[in-house]
Design a protein around this ligand. Structure first.
Ligand code: NDP
Length: 330
């Protein structure tokens, strides 16, 4: 098996050289194990946190051991009655070409009429996160004005569509012009954060939605949070899904200077981790599988080819080089 590992904890934005591509022999398959040929590998922003060597809500990666992450592949060999050769499956032993793991850590793919990699994106962890954040955490109500940051990414691009279907004004913050154009095509008011101070971003949000926001779906932190805080309506809810602008900081950053807006607007700001709400995943996939298959829900992918492209695909998340879900195809 060829796999990626890291041998030290990165400071700041990781360099390409951090990621070592190594090889090891897999032992004979034990009773209850399956061997999977990975076809699609997911790279996600949360993986950066796992490189720091400290436990947050998830264990850190172990130096010298294969990195982990979502993957979709095909069973090559099975010593478990639940899986046959050729079955399409999803599991967490990504960052490698061949995975060998206990069958209970592997799940069969549902069979909606969608490409199999959709189960790593719009019908997988990021899609479920968008649904949970908006509905369970932010308690979105019909007609709410909704603001989403990193709105052209895997989570954000579903969050804006869900908000649009039920909301008032929906505004998406993104950097890349292609993401801004896609947002506009979905009836979302697109605002670029590039080359703007927090004050300028705040002004642009006010122009896009003078009434202010009932819900802020937070994916970025930093200036986006500061600008959003200035544009809250009374009783707003902030679902703190992620703060990608901070993941590569090597020193504590200054917070938004206007956190008191939470008080003034009587807003509720709540962090969440999708895995605490995973009981919604099956209902989510059953409800949205047909809507993704019919094209009613749009989703986008940025696909890099080959195991060698995996570190660049991961690092691209921090420079915005992905539109929609970032994936690697083997
Ligand atoms: P995305 O597909 O959105 O990729 C990241 C995007 O973030 C980039 O494409 C880039 O787009 C934008 N970005 C990167 N750095 C910055 C920055 N400094 N300022 C502003 N925008 C930036 O990733 P995901 O959809 O997978 O994840 C989105 C967020 O959701 C992340 O914060 C992630 O950690 C979080 N998350 C949380 C989960 C939970 O359980 N709480 C589960 C899954 C994800 P652009 O072109 O706009 O710059």
């Amino acid at each position: 098996s060829r796999y990626y590992t890291i041998h030290e904890h990165p400071q700041g934005l990781p360099s390409r050289e951090l990621f070592a591509l190594e090889q090891r022999e897999l032992g004979a398959l034990a009773e209850g194990e399956v061997r999977v040929r990975n076809v699609w590998l997911s790279v996600d922003p949360y993986m950066r946190g796992r490189m720091d060597g400290v436990t947050t809500y998830i264990d850190p990666f172990v130096l010298g051991e294969p990195l982990e992450g979502g993957a979709v592949g095909e069973v090559m060999e099975s010593r478990d009655a639940r899986f046959q050769i050729g079955d399409k499956v999803r599991h967490m032993a990504g960052w490698r070409d061949i995975a060998q793991l206990p069958a209970e850590q592997v799940e069969p793919l549902p069979n909606f009429d969608v490409p199999e990699q959709a189960y790593l994106g719009v019908l997988g962890m990021p899609g479920t996160t968008a649904w949970v954040g908006l509905n369970v955490i932010a308690g979105m109500q019909k007609g709410d004005n909704v603001l989403v940051s990193a709105a052209g990414g895997a989570v954000g691009s579903l969050a804006v569509q869900l908000a649009r279907a039920n909301g008032g004004t929906v505004v998406g913050i993104a950097g890349d012009p292609k993401k801004l154009a896609w947002l506009e095509s979905k009836g979302v008011k697109a605002v670029s954060y590039k080359d703007k101070s927090a004050a300028e971003l705040s002004k642009a949000l006010k122009e896009a939605c003078p009434e202010g926001f009932d819900v802020y779906y937070e994916n970025v932190g930093g200036d986006c949070l500061e600008a959003a805080l200035n544009n809250l309506r009374v009783g707003a809810r902030i679902a703190v899904c992620g703060m990608i602008a901070r993941y590569n900081d090597d020193a504590p950053a200054a917070g938004p200077g206007n956190l008191a807006m939470i008080l003034i607007r009587r807003a509720r700001m709540q962090g969440f981790i999708v895995f605490d709400h995973w009981e919604h995943h099956t209902d989510f996939v059953n409800a949205f599988g047909p809507r993704v298959a019919s094209g009613e829900i749009d989703y986008q992918e940025t696909v890099k080819e080959g195991l060698e492209s995996l570190p660049d695909a991961f690092l691209g998340l921090f420079s915005g080089s992905n539109q929609g879900k970032m994936l690697v195809k083997l």
